[in-house]
Write a protein that binds this ligand. Structure first.
Ligand code: PHE
Length: 459
């Protein structure tokens, strides 16, 4: 359905820009902060293996489905699902998927931006050279006392939201290219610096064996769901971010090639971040299962003890903050485009409104680490933990599952072939099956395992 050749919200001028933007969305805190600490909490190798399988079998097909739907609809995810749903699915209810995704996006941003604030705080502290010569005790203390102070966390979170909102208000294309093109390579090099330092300090061997020795006996029952949810999270799938970026892709760009590049870049950054973080953790006897502070504690140890470390550390957190920002921007895009379409209000106004809503929501996560740390919404989960779990483990995969089914079963095969530049034949059939059947079934199996259906049947 190539009725629209352009999106009213803007267009990428070429394929490269789309790859940069999608990579900017995908590579973020999920890779650098979250992947290492959840790998640590879930025992290492077996978790990593499941995550990698999910990227290949579920992530890549669903990402292709999302960009394809986006480009066919050329509207906000809500508008796209409404129009394609009515045309090919026979009902307007597919739009719910777009709507829920948009709300999921700002829910995520409400806690994502809190961690974004932590990153900004570390930029500042490294600039002041405060980690020079630090030992494990010092970095642990520094982290704990910072997150324990509600007003400091709130302040840096507020700054992060102000920056995000002012960029989003101006429109996404401008700036994104420069931000991603310059920061990604630097970020990668600085991760390698941490890694090389870890190799010299002697933690690398244990890090490799922790991450790549597969021992299923250490896996927690919930780990499989967490690994799958993280595969969605890290590739920005299941809530419309990649769909709206797909809406800006020119009609003549090959979609399949771009999806491989984005998924590969995302995975490599995560693996290198994991190796770097664990090398330092082992070298300095920090607990790999130490949780949300792991990235901050290990990297400040490394930079605190490297020659010119403060400077490199400052650059490191600066590049991480850019990576966080480019992901944060994409989290707001589905809801902003939706409201702009529905109300015709200016993008700037809508962005500010959304910024305020996210800020208010985010206070719940800010306080989860200090004054409300004993307040549990459900079974031992703070507001932060709960939002993280709900969105990553359930909302993303359900969104992705439905996106796959919609693309695989309701969109005409000929239209898909046209989008992917392949004519009828086995290739088209295989891709359609991967998207519409294989990926959704895998998601369902993981859900069934989590809910306990599989063990019930086995009994
Ligand atoms: N993929 C981002 C990360 O790994 C997070 C994100 C999720 C961004 C969903 C947009 C949409 O940090």
């Amino acid at each position: 359905m190539a009725e629209f050749t352009e999106s009213r919200h803007g267009m990428w001028s070429n394929r490269w820009l789309f790859i940069l933007a999608a990579t900017g969305s995908a590579v973020g805190l999920g890779n650098i902060w979250k992947f290492p600490y959840i790998t640590g909490e879930n025992g290492g190798g077996a978790f990593v293996l499941i995550y990698l399988i999910c990227i290949a079998v579920i992530g890549i097909p669903i990402m292709l489905a999302e960009v394809t739907i986006g480009r066919m609809g050329r509207l906000s995810p809500y508008g796209t699902m409404l129009s394609l749903g009515q045309k090919f699915g026979g009902t307007k209810y597919w739009s719910i998927l777009g709507g829920v995704g948009a709300v999921t996006g700002i829910t995520i941003l409400s806690f994502y931006a809190v961690i974004g604030g932590w990153v900004l705080y570390y930029v500042f502290r490294l600039l002041l050279g405060e980690f020079n010569g630090a030992d494990s005790e010092f970095v642990e203390g520094a982290f704990t006392s910072f997150v324990g102070s509600w007003w400091q966390v709130a302040g840096w979170f507020t700054l992060f939201m102000v920056i995000t909102t002012s960029i989003v208000a101006r429109g996404v294309e401008k700036g994104l290219e420069i931000a991603v093109k310059w920061t990604m390579p630097f970020l990668f090099i600085l991760l390698l610096v941490v890694l090389v330092y870890g190799i010299f300090e002697g933690g690398f061997g244990r890090a490799v064996s922790f991450m790549f020795t597969v021992d299923f006996s250490v896996l927690k029952p919930s780990s499989i769901l967490e690994a799958m949810g993280h595969a969605f999270f890290t590739l920005s799938l299941g809530m419309g971010a990649i769909m709206i970026y797909g809406a800006y892709v020119p009609s003549d760009v090959s979609l399949r090639g771009t999806v491989y590049i984005v998924a590969a870049a995302d995975t490599v950054v995560a693996l290198v971040a994991g190796l770097a973080v664990f090398s330092i953790a082992y070298a300095y006897s920090l607990d790999p299962a130490g949780g949300v502070g792991l990235l901050f504690q290990t990297t400040t140890l490394a930079f605190g003890n490297l020659p010119l470390g403060s400077f490199f550390g400052f650059l490191f957190f600066l590049t991480v903050s850019f990576a966080t920002l480019t992901s944060a921007i994409s989290l707001t895009e589905p809801i902003i485009t939706w409201i702009v379409e529905a109300t015709n209000a200016s993008r700037a106004r809508v962005s500010i409104l959304i910024g305020i809503v996210v800020w208010v929501l985010g206070l719940g996560s800010v306080f989860s680490f200090n004054i409300w740390s004993d307040f549990h919404l459900v079974e031992g989960k703070t507001i932060f933990d709960f939002l993280d779990y709900l969105t990553q483990a359930w909302l993303f995969p359900v969104g992705g599952l439905l996106i796959g089914i919609f693309a695989g079963f309701f969109l005409p095969k000929s239209a898909l072939g046209e989008q992917w530049g392949i004519s009828e034949g086995w290739k088209l059939t295989i891709w359609t099956l991967l998207i519409g059947v294989v990926a959704p079934i895998c998601v369902l199996i993981v859900f069934a395992g989590e809910i306990g259906v599989i063990s019930l049947v086995a009994e």
